[in-house]
Design a protein around this ligand. Structure first.
Ligand SMILES: Nc1ncnc2c1ncn2[C@@H]1O[C@H](COP(=O)(O)OP(=O)(O)OP(=O)(O)O)[C@@H](O)[C@H]1O
Length: 301
């Protein structure tokens, strides 16, 4: 299912937690929602899930608004950052709710998943560890076979093996039946490997929302040495947005059209140079730095 958020705003009293947000999540993809603490990711997720009503704007699933729309909500499964369970419930008890809510709930899948993750479906969830409760959420989610999963910090508390298993099942569901995933996370390394597209959020605003390849293809780091430092034209010509100069070596971040960097660089007769891709973490840190969020020297040093 394609998800489109159009100009979404969400207030808590006078405080604007989500500010004029536009995001498109393509069907059958994983979209990462990244951002600083308190950026508004959970709030936005809850608007996507139809739990909160947007004060302005809409969230559409295949062109249909989610808010107060039961038929869409039956296709959309939200896993909160703190999994919610009915008091005293077991996985079996929670499965009754998911069975009733999600029309594609598969009994055989549910059984297999409980065995696979080696969780006792009769054990009260309040007697399970944090990671086990999180696994229980995934058992119930994957058994429900929703068209869309909205996951708030999904892998938090899972050990590396379970993380990998959960990601494997997710990838299978994406390729087998076109599952669409929107996942928030602070683990940029993990998201870089997993996501097709990312949105970066800060103080309610979306700073970037783009295909991951486009994000990475529009930033690079240039390390360059000269006999004599070049004029200001060099920085303009190369779209340098951040630089650090040590002696006659310049380390700089370029943003925008970086397709012909080598051609441009050679005009300035450098002694030597190196063009390096930025990691998602570096891009995140740089974008945050641009709007004044503390990142000094993260990229350049
Ligand atoms: N129910 C609420 N009432 C009032 N303010 C709220 C409420 N929920 C969230 N906020 C505020 O909205 C802002 C965004 O919070 P949110 O939980 O969406 O951020 P987040 O990006 O998920 O943060 P984190 O990465 O730290 O989990 C914060 O300033 C928070 O204090």
């Amino acid at each position: 299912m394609k998800i489109v958020a159009n100009n979404v705003n969400k207030y808590f009293g006078k405080f604007k937690a989500v500010d004029n947000t536009d995001i498109v999540v393509q069907s059958g993809t994983i979209h990462g929602l990244l951002g600083s603490n308190g950026a508004g990711k959970t709030t936005l997720m809850k608007v996507f899930a139809g739990i909160y009503e947007a004060d302005n704007g809409t969230v559409l699933y295949n062109d249909i608004p989610v808010y107060e729309n039961v038929s869409i909500k039956r296709e959309v499964l939200f896993i909160n950052d703190i999994p919610f369970y009915f008091p005293g419930a077991t996985i079996n008890k929670m499965a009754e709710y998911y069975r009733a809510m999600y029309p594609n709930f598969s009994e055989s899948r549910f059984k297999k998943l409980c065995e696979h993750f080696r969780l006792n479906p009769k054990k009260p969830l309040n007697q399970m560890s944090k990671g086990m409760k999180r696994q229980a959420s995934f058992i119930l989610a994957f058994a429900s076979k929703p068209k869309v999963m909205l996951l708030d910090e999904p892998f938090d508390g899972l050990d590396p093996i379970v993380r990998r298993q959960v990601k494997n099942i997710m990838m299978q569901d994406i390729s087998n039946y076109g599952l669409t995933v929107l996942a928030s996370s602070h683990n940029l390394r993990e998201m870089e490997d997993l996501c097709d597209a990312v949105s970066i959020m800060h103080k309610g605003h979306i700073l970037i929302t783009q295909d991951l390849n486009e994000v990475k293809g529009s930033h690079c780091k240039l390390q360059i040495a000269f006999k004599e430092l070049p004029s200001e034209d060099f920085y303009k010509d190369l779209n340098v947005v951040h630089k650090s100069i040590k002696g006659r070596i310049i380390t700089s971040i370029l943003r925008g059209d970086i397709s012909n960097v080598e051609e441009k660089v050679s005009k300035y007769n450098p002694l030597m140079y190196d063009i390096l891709p930025l990691t998602l973490e570096e891009i995140f840190a740089y974008e945050m730095g641009e709007i004044g969020y503390e990142i000094e020297n993260i990229i350049i040093e």
